[in-house]
Design a protein around this ligand. Structure first.
Ligand code: SF4
Length: 144
């Protein structure tokens, strides 16, 4: 019962942390646009936080370089359970334009588990909202 209540609260007001693991800033600008009043991701209760210790969802953009991989893992480890990761953009999903480079992993799922993939280069704010809404919907169904 308590777990159901916690999940209900989390899905009604998920707190997110945005992490750029080396993006060209294209996807980051779209993530910020999704959070601004024009697209208003906050209408789903989504709140941007500045610390992993308060975040439920890690929204990650960009290719994971070998330099940043350990930091990404550390940030993920600092988040409380249950936690979820959304890969935003082709680079985060599979390495994108940087796939095959000697210093880049082929997607953030090589470093941390990913709950949802939102492809695109860059991703449109509508796709980000759709991806987050689907993730929240699937969490609600699991506890129903
Ligand atoms: S997916 Fe495209 S827009 Fe997004 S970080 Fe990669 S190159 Fe930039």
């Amino acid at each position: 019962m308590l777990d159901k209540l916690k999940t209900w609260a989390r899905t009604k007001s998920p707190w997110i942390l945005h992490f750029n693991s080396g993006a060209c800033n294209g996807c980051d600008i779209e993530i910020l646009a999704a959070l601004m009043p024009n697209y208003d991701l906050e209408r789903f209760g989504v709140l941007l936080k500045a610390t992993p210790r308060h975040a439920d969802i890690l929204v990650c953009s960009g290719p994971v370089t070998r330099q940043i991989a350990k930091r990404l893992r550390r940030i993920y480890d600092q988040m409380p359970e249950p936690k979820f990761v959304v890969a935003v953009g082709a680079c985060a999903c599979s390495g994108g334009a940087f796939r095959g480079c000697y210093n880049v992993y082929e997607g953030i799922d090589k470093i941390i588990p990913v709950s949802a993939y939102i492809p695109g280069c860059p991703v449109r704010p509508e796709a980000i909202i759709d991806g987050v809404a689907k993730l929240l919907g699937s969490l609600q169904k699991k506890t129903a």
